[in-house]
Ligand binder design. Structure first.
Ligand code: AR6
Length: 356
Protein backbone atom coordinates (compact mmCIF):
# COMPACT_ATOMS: atom_id res chain seq x y z
CA UNK A 1 0.00 0.00 0.00
CA UNK A 2 1.07 3.57 -0.59
CA UNK A 3 3.14 6.04 1.29
CA UNK A 4 3.28 9.78 0.70
CA UNK A 5 5.27 12.67 2.12
CA UNK A 6 3.00 15.70 2.43
CA UNK A 7 3.52 19.30 3.44
CA UNK A 8 0.90 20.18 6.02
CA UNK A 9 0.11 20.85 9.65
CA UNK A 10 -0.50 17.38 11.06
CA UNK A 11 -3.50 18.60 13.08
CA UNK A 12 -5.33 19.22 9.79
CA UNK A 13 -4.87 15.71 8.41
CA UNK A 14 -8.16 13.92 7.73
CA UNK A 15 -6.96 10.42 8.52
CA UNK A 16 -7.99 7.71 10.96
CA UNK A 17 -5.03 8.38 13.26
CA UNK A 18 -2.31 10.97 13.65
CA UNK A 19 0.85 10.21 15.59
CA UNK A 20 2.10 12.54 18.30
CA UNK A 21 5.83 12.98 19.01
CA UNK A 22 5.29 13.20 22.76
CA UNK A 23 7.50 12.98 25.87
CA UNK A 24 7.56 10.30 28.59
CA UNK A 25 4.96 12.09 30.71
CA UNK A 26 2.37 12.27 27.89
CA UNK A 27 1.23 15.48 29.54
CA UNK A 28 1.90 17.77 26.57
CA UNK A 29 4.82 19.94 25.52
CA UNK A 30 5.96 22.11 22.62
CA UNK A 31 6.34 21.34 18.90
CA UNK A 32 3.90 18.92 17.34
CA UNK A 33 2.80 17.74 20.81
CA UNK A 34 1.69 21.28 21.74
CA UNK A 35 -0.08 21.76 18.41
CA UNK A 36 -1.99 18.48 18.80
CA UNK A 37 -3.12 19.24 22.36
CA UNK A 38 -4.21 22.77 21.40
CA UNK A 39 -6.23 21.50 18.45
CA UNK A 40 -7.73 18.49 20.27
CA UNK A 41 -8.85 20.46 23.34
CA UNK A 42 -8.49 19.74 27.10
CA UNK A 43 -10.22 16.35 26.95
CA UNK A 44 -7.11 14.93 25.29
CA UNK A 45 -4.95 15.90 28.27
CA UNK A 46 -7.48 14.34 30.61
CA UNK A 47 -7.33 11.01 28.80
CA UNK A 48 -3.51 11.22 28.65
CA UNK A 49 -3.31 11.71 32.43
CA UNK A 50 -4.91 8.32 32.91
CA UNK A 51 -2.30 6.57 30.75
CA UNK A 52 0.55 6.82 33.27
CA UNK A 53 3.20 8.00 30.80
CA UNK A 54 4.95 6.11 28.01
CA UNK A 55 8.40 4.54 27.62
CA UNK A 56 10.66 5.74 24.82
CA UNK A 57 9.92 3.69 21.69
CA UNK A 58 6.47 2.61 22.95
CA UNK A 59 3.09 3.90 21.74
CA UNK A 60 -0.33 4.53 23.34
CA UNK A 61 -3.67 5.41 21.77
CA UNK A 62 -6.30 7.99 22.69
CA UNK A 63 -9.31 9.46 20.96
CA UNK A 64 -8.90 12.50 18.71
CA UNK A 65 -11.55 14.75 20.29
CA UNK A 66 -11.75 18.04 18.31
CA UNK A 67 -9.20 16.91 15.76
CA UNK A 68 -10.45 15.70 12.37
CA UNK A 69 -8.94 12.26 13.07
CA UNK A 70 -10.47 9.44 15.11
CA UNK A 71 -7.36 8.63 17.16
CA UNK A 72 -4.10 10.10 18.34
CA UNK A 73 -1.28 7.62 18.77
CA UNK A 74 1.26 8.99 21.22
CA UNK A 75 4.82 7.76 20.92
CA UNK A 76 8.04 8.96 22.50
CA UNK A 77 11.11 9.28 20.29
CA UNK A 78 14.66 9.09 21.59
CA UNK A 79 16.59 12.24 22.46
CA UNK A 80 19.61 12.38 20.13
CA UNK A 81 22.79 11.85 22.10
CA UNK A 82 25.26 11.41 19.26
CA UNK A 83 24.01 8.12 17.86
CA UNK A 84 25.50 5.61 20.31
CA UNK A 85 22.63 5.42 22.76
CA UNK A 86 20.47 3.05 20.70
CA UNK A 87 18.70 5.98 19.03
CA UNK A 88 18.05 4.31 15.62
CA UNK A 89 16.51 1.19 17.22
CA UNK A 90 14.36 3.27 19.57
CA UNK A 91 13.18 5.52 16.76
CA UNK A 92 12.37 2.49 14.58
CA UNK A 93 10.37 1.05 17.49
CA UNK A 94 8.27 4.24 17.61
CA UNK A 95 7.16 3.77 14.01
CA UNK A 96 6.70 0.02 14.37
CA UNK A 97 4.64 0.24 17.58
CA UNK A 98 2.54 3.15 16.36
CA UNK A 99 1.75 1.33 13.10
CA UNK A 100 0.90 -1.89 14.95
CA UNK A 101 -1.48 0.04 17.19
CA UNK A 102 -3.09 1.70 14.15
CA UNK A 103 -3.61 -1.73 12.58
CA UNK A 104 -5.07 -3.22 15.79
CA UNK A 105 -7.58 -0.38 15.84
CA UNK A 106 -8.67 -0.86 12.24
CA UNK A 107 -7.11 2.30 10.83
CA UNK A 108 -6.95 2.65 7.04
CA UNK A 109 -4.86 5.80 7.11
CA UNK A 110 -2.30 7.23 9.52
CA UNK A 111 -0.15 10.38 9.52
CA UNK A 112 3.25 10.73 11.21
CA UNK A 113 5.36 13.76 11.99
CA UNK A 114 9.12 13.32 11.69
CA UNK A 115 9.54 11.94 15.21
CA UNK A 116 12.55 13.20 17.24
CA UNK A 117 13.63 15.54 14.42
CA UNK A 118 12.66 18.72 16.30
CA UNK A 119 13.32 19.41 19.99
CA UNK A 120 14.89 15.96 20.45
CA UNK A 121 17.62 16.85 17.96
CA UNK A 122 17.77 13.71 15.80
CA UNK A 123 19.57 14.61 12.53
CA UNK A 124 16.78 15.15 10.01
CA UNK A 125 18.16 13.07 7.15
CA UNK A 126 18.80 10.10 9.45
CA UNK A 127 15.39 10.47 11.09
CA UNK A 128 13.79 10.39 7.65
CA UNK A 129 15.75 7.28 6.70
CA UNK A 130 14.51 5.40 9.77
CA UNK A 131 10.94 6.57 9.15
CA UNK A 132 10.92 5.48 5.50
CA UNK A 133 12.54 2.11 6.27
CA UNK A 134 10.03 1.24 8.98
CA UNK A 135 7.00 2.51 7.10
CA UNK A 136 7.92 0.68 3.91
CA UNK A 137 8.66 -2.54 5.82
CA UNK A 138 5.24 -2.32 7.46
CA UNK A 139 3.53 -1.66 4.12
CA UNK A 140 4.95 -4.85 2.62
CA UNK A 141 1.99 -6.72 4.06
CA UNK A 142 -0.48 -4.08 5.21
CA UNK A 143 -3.28 -2.26 3.42
CA UNK A 144 -2.97 1.20 4.89
CA UNK A 145 -2.26 4.70 3.55
CA UNK A 146 0.64 6.17 5.51
CA UNK A 147 1.54 9.87 5.37
CA UNK A 148 4.69 11.47 6.63
CA UNK A 149 3.78 15.07 7.34
CA UNK A 150 6.37 17.82 7.13
CA UNK A 151 5.60 21.36 8.18
CA UNK A 152 7.99 22.75 5.58
CA UNK A 153 9.94 21.32 2.64
CA UNK A 154 13.14 22.10 4.57
CA UNK A 155 12.06 19.65 7.29
CA UNK A 156 12.81 16.87 4.81
CA UNK A 157 16.53 16.34 4.27
CA UNK A 158 17.62 13.62 1.90
CA UNK A 159 20.73 11.45 2.06
CA UNK A 160 22.69 10.46 -1.03
CA UNK A 161 23.22 12.19 -4.33
CA UNK A 162 19.93 11.49 -6.13
CA UNK A 163 18.44 14.91 -5.38
CA UNK A 164 21.47 16.69 -6.84
CA UNK A 165 21.59 14.39 -9.86
CA UNK A 166 17.90 14.82 -10.67
CA UNK A 167 17.90 18.60 -10.20
CA UNK A 168 20.99 18.91 -12.41
CA UNK A 169 19.32 16.83 -15.13
CA UNK A 170 16.08 18.81 -14.87
CA UNK A 171 18.06 22.04 -15.14
CA UNK A 172 19.80 20.80 -18.28
CA UNK A 173 16.82 19.37 -20.10
CA UNK A 174 13.96 21.58 -18.94
CA UNK A 175 15.76 24.89 -19.29
CA UNK A 176 17.00 23.97 -22.74
CA UNK A 177 13.51 23.06 -23.88
CA UNK A 178 12.14 26.33 -22.51
CA UNK A 179 14.88 28.22 -24.27
CA UNK A 180 14.23 26.53 -27.59
CA UNK A 181 10.55 27.05 -27.05
CA UNK A 182 11.05 30.77 -26.69
CA UNK A 183 13.40 31.06 -29.60
CA UNK A 184 11.03 29.18 -31.84
CA UNK A 185 8.08 31.31 -30.79
CA UNK A 186 10.12 34.44 -31.54
CA UNK A 187 11.16 33.11 -34.92
CA UNK A 188 7.66 32.04 -35.92
CA UNK A 189 6.21 35.39 -34.93
CA UNK A 190 8.89 37.18 -36.91
CA UNK A 191 8.23 35.02 -39.93
CA UNK A 192 4.48 35.47 -39.55
CA UNK A 193 4.23 39.23 -39.29
CA UNK A 194 7.72 40.63 -39.02
CA UNK A 195 7.14 41.79 -35.42
CA UNK A 196 10.08 41.20 -33.12
CA UNK A 197 9.04 39.54 -29.89
CA UNK A 198 9.40 41.44 -26.67
CA UNK A 199 6.97 44.15 -27.77
CA UNK A 200 3.64 43.07 -26.22
CA UNK A 201 0.94 42.68 -28.81
CA UNK A 202 -2.72 43.33 -28.05
CA UNK A 203 -4.24 40.28 -26.42
CA UNK A 204 -0.91 38.52 -26.19
CA UNK A 205 -0.43 38.85 -22.45
CA UNK A 206 -1.08 35.70 -20.46
CA UNK A 207 -1.93 33.85 -23.62
CA UNK A 208 -1.56 30.14 -23.14
CA UNK A 209 0.99 28.47 -25.38
CA UNK A 210 -0.62 27.01 -28.45
CA UNK A 211 -1.54 23.37 -28.03
CA UNK A 212 0.81 22.36 -30.82
CA UNK A 213 3.71 24.03 -29.02
CA UNK A 214 3.14 21.71 -26.08
CA UNK A 215 2.63 18.71 -28.27
CA UNK A 216 5.94 19.46 -29.93
CA UNK A 217 7.73 18.43 -26.76
CA UNK A 218 6.07 15.05 -26.64
CA UNK A 219 7.26 12.11 -28.61
CA UNK A 220 4.30 10.23 -29.93
CA UNK A 221 4.38 6.51 -29.37
CA UNK A 222 1.90 4.96 -31.69
CA UNK A 223 1.69 1.20 -31.85
CA UNK A 224 3.39 1.44 -35.23
CA UNK A 225 6.66 2.60 -33.73
CA UNK A 226 6.57 0.49 -30.58
CA UNK A 227 8.70 -2.06 -32.40
CA UNK A 228 11.40 0.46 -33.02
CA UNK A 229 11.29 1.61 -29.41
CA UNK A 230 11.45 -1.82 -27.93
CA UNK A 231 14.08 -2.91 -30.42
CA UNK A 232 12.05 -6.01 -31.14
CA UNK A 233 11.94 -5.92 -34.90
CA UNK A 234 14.83 -8.44 -34.95
CA UNK A 235 14.54 -12.21 -35.03
CA UNK A 236 10.89 -13.02 -34.67
CA UNK A 237 8.62 -10.53 -36.45
CA UNK A 238 5.45 -12.32 -35.36
CA UNK A 239 6.42 -12.00 -31.69
CA UNK A 240 7.34 -8.33 -32.17
CA UNK A 241 3.98 -7.76 -33.83
CA UNK A 242 2.17 -9.49 -30.98
CA UNK A 243 3.97 -7.30 -28.45
CA UNK A 244 3.23 -4.15 -30.39
CA UNK A 245 -0.48 -5.02 -30.14
CA UNK A 246 -0.21 -5.83 -26.44
CA UNK A 247 -2.23 -3.62 -24.08
CA UNK A 248 -0.80 -1.77 -21.07
CA UNK A 249 -2.14 -4.41 -18.68
CA UNK A 250 -0.80 -7.24 -20.84
CA UNK A 251 2.66 -5.72 -20.97
CA UNK A 252 2.72 -5.23 -17.18
CA UNK A 253 1.62 -8.85 -16.70
CA UNK A 254 4.30 -10.09 -19.10
CA UNK A 255 7.01 -8.04 -17.42
CA UNK A 256 5.97 -9.29 -13.98
CA UNK A 257 6.43 -12.83 -15.27
CA UNK A 258 9.78 -12.07 -16.89
CA UNK A 259 11.05 -10.43 -13.69
CA UNK A 260 9.63 -13.18 -11.48
CA UNK A 261 8.01 -10.43 -9.40
CA UNK A 262 4.84 -11.02 -7.40
CA UNK A 263 1.98 -8.52 -7.60
CA UNK A 264 2.53 -7.69 -3.92
CA UNK A 265 6.22 -7.01 -4.38
CA UNK A 266 5.56 -4.87 -7.43
CA UNK A 267 2.81 -2.94 -5.62
CA UNK A 268 5.18 -2.05 -2.80
CA UNK A 269 8.01 -1.17 -5.15
CA UNK A 270 5.67 1.05 -7.19
CA UNK A 271 3.99 2.55 -4.10
CA UNK A 272 0.63 1.32 -5.32
CA UNK A 273 -2.39 -0.22 -3.67
CA UNK A 274 -2.14 -4.00 -4.06
CA UNK A 275 -5.78 -4.17 -5.10
CA UNK A 276 -4.88 -2.36 -8.32
CA UNK A 277 -3.22 -5.52 -9.60
CA UNK A 278 -6.60 -7.26 -9.61
CA UNK A 279 -7.71 -4.68 -12.19
CA UNK A 280 -4.54 -5.13 -14.20
CA UNK A 281 -4.89 -8.93 -14.21
CA UNK A 282 -8.61 -8.99 -14.99
CA UNK A 283 -9.01 -6.13 -17.42
CA UNK A 284 -6.78 -6.09 -20.50
CA UNK A 285 -8.15 -2.63 -21.36
CA UNK A 286 -7.17 -1.12 -17.97
CA UNK A 287 -6.08 2.54 -18.32
CA UNK A 288 -3.79 3.80 -15.56
CA UNK A 289 -3.30 7.33 -14.26
CA UNK A 290 -0.04 8.91 -15.39
CA UNK A 291 1.62 8.65 -11.94
CA UNK A 292 0.65 4.98 -11.77
CA UNK A 293 2.16 4.23 -15.17
CA UNK A 294 5.41 6.03 -14.30
CA UNK A 295 5.67 4.18 -10.98
CA UNK A 296 5.11 0.82 -12.69
CA UNK A 297 7.78 1.54 -15.31
CA UNK A 298 10.30 2.10 -12.49
CA UNK A 299 9.15 -0.79 -10.30
CA UNK A 300 9.37 -3.20 -13.23
CA UNK A 301 12.93 -1.98 -13.88
CA UNK A 302 12.17 -1.23 -17.52
CA UNK A 303 14.75 0.23 -19.87
CA UNK A 304 14.00 3.74 -21.09
CA UNK A 305 12.72 2.38 -24.40
CA UNK A 306 10.54 -0.23 -22.73
CA UNK A 307 9.15 2.42 -20.39
CA UNK A 308 8.30 4.67 -23.32
CA UNK A 309 6.54 1.77 -25.01
CA UNK A 310 4.59 0.97 -21.84
CA UNK A 311 3.55 4.60 -21.36
CA UNK A 312 2.58 4.84 -25.02
CA UNK A 313 0.16 1.96 -24.52
CA UNK A 314 -1.64 4.11 -21.92
CA UNK A 315 -1.60 7.16 -24.19
CA UNK A 316 1.24 8.93 -22.37
CA UNK A 317 4.65 10.11 -23.51
CA UNK A 318 7.63 11.26 -21.48
CA UNK A 319 7.76 15.00 -21.97
CA UNK A 320 10.63 17.40 -21.40
CA UNK A 321 8.04 20.04 -20.58
CA UNK A 322 7.14 18.11 -17.39
CA UNK A 323 9.67 18.04 -14.56
CA UNK A 324 8.33 14.80 -13.09
CA UNK A 325 8.79 13.11 -16.46
CA UNK A 326 12.35 14.41 -16.68
CA UNK A 327 13.09 13.06 -13.19
CA UNK A 328 11.65 9.66 -14.14
CA UNK A 329 13.55 9.64 -17.43
CA UNK A 330 16.78 10.25 -15.52
CA UNK A 331 16.02 7.41 -13.11
CA UNK A 332 15.16 5.01 -15.94
CA UNK A 333 18.38 5.88 -17.78
CA UNK A 334 20.55 5.45 -14.71
CA UNK A 335 18.82 2.44 -13.15
CA UNK A 336 17.46 4.22 -10.06
CA UNK A 337 14.27 2.29 -9.31
CA UNK A 338 13.62 3.11 -5.64
CA UNK A 339 10.24 4.87 -5.94
CA UNK A 340 10.25 5.91 -2.25
CA UNK A 341 13.61 7.63 -2.66
CA UNK A 342 12.50 9.24 -5.92
CA UNK A 343 9.33 10.46 -4.20
CA UNK A 344 11.48 12.12 -1.52
CA UNK A 345 13.20 14.09 -4.28
CA UNK A 346 9.86 14.90 -5.97
CA UNK A 347 8.52 16.17 -2.61
CA UNK A 348 11.50 18.49 -2.20
CA UNK A 349 10.93 19.78 -5.73
CA UNK A 350 7.22 20.33 -5.05
CA UNK A 351 6.30 17.86 -7.81
CA UNK A 352 3.60 15.23 -7.75
CA UNK A 353 4.85 11.95 -6.31
CA UNK A 354 4.56 8.55 -7.96
CA UNK A 355 2.25 5.68 -7.20
CA UNK A 356 -0.90 5.55 -4.98
N1 AR6 B 1 2.65 19.42 11.91
C1 AR6 B 1 3.62 18.68 11.36
N2 AR6 B 1 4.89 18.67 11.80
C2 AR6 B 1 5.18 19.46 12.86
C3 AR6 B 1 4.23 20.26 13.50
C4 AR6 B 1 2.91 20.23 12.98
N3 AR6 B 1 1.92 20.94 13.53
N4 AR6 B 1 4.85 20.91 14.53
C5 AR6 B 1 6.14 20.52 14.51
N5 AR6 B 1 6.36 19.66 13.51
P1 AR6 B 1 9.01 18.02 17.74
P2 AR6 B 1 10.48 15.75 18.86
C6 AR6 B 1 7.58 18.93 13.13
O1 AR6 B 1 9.94 18.99 18.38
O2 AR6 B 1 11.72 16.18 18.19
C7 AR6 B 1 7.73 18.25 22.54
O3 AR6 B 1 7.87 19.29 23.44
C8 AR6 B 1 8.90 19.53 13.53
O4 AR6 B 1 9.30 20.49 12.57
O5 AR6 B 1 7.57 18.33 17.79
O6 AR6 B 1 10.11 14.30 18.83
C9 AR6 B 1 7.38 16.92 23.21
O7 AR6 B 1 6.58 17.11 24.36
C10 AR6 B 1 9.80 18.31 13.49
O8 AR6 B 1 10.19 18.01 12.16
O9 AR6 B 1 9.17 16.53 18.34
C11 AR6 B 1 8.73 16.39 23.57
O10 AR6 B 1 9.20 16.94 24.76
C12 AR6 B 1 8.89 17.20 13.97
O11 AR6 B 1 7.56 17.71 13.85
C13 AR6 B 1 9.60 16.84 22.42
O12 AR6 B 1 8.98 18.01 21.89
C14 AR6 B 1 9.12 16.76 15.41
O13 AR6 B 1 9.46 17.87 16.22
C15 AR6 B 1 9.66 15.82 21.32
O14 AR6 B 1 10.59 16.22 20.36
Amino acid sequence: MPFEIVKNDITRMRVDAIVNAANNSLLGGGGVDGAIHRAAGPELLEECRALGGCETGEAKLTRGYRLPCKYVIHTVGPIWQGGNADEPALLAACYRNALALARQNGCDSVAFPLISAGAYGYPKAQALQVAVEEITRFLEDADMMVYLVAFTRDAIELTGSLYGEITAYIDDVYVQERHDFDREARRSQYLRDGTPRGVPQPGSLFRRPHREDNARNETVFSEANVERLTGMQGDDPSEAQARAGESFAEMVTRKLGERGMTDEACARRANLDRRLFGKIRNNAGYRPARQTALALALALELSLDEAKALLGKAGFALSHARKTDIAVEYCLMTGHTDVDAINGVLFKLDLQQLGY
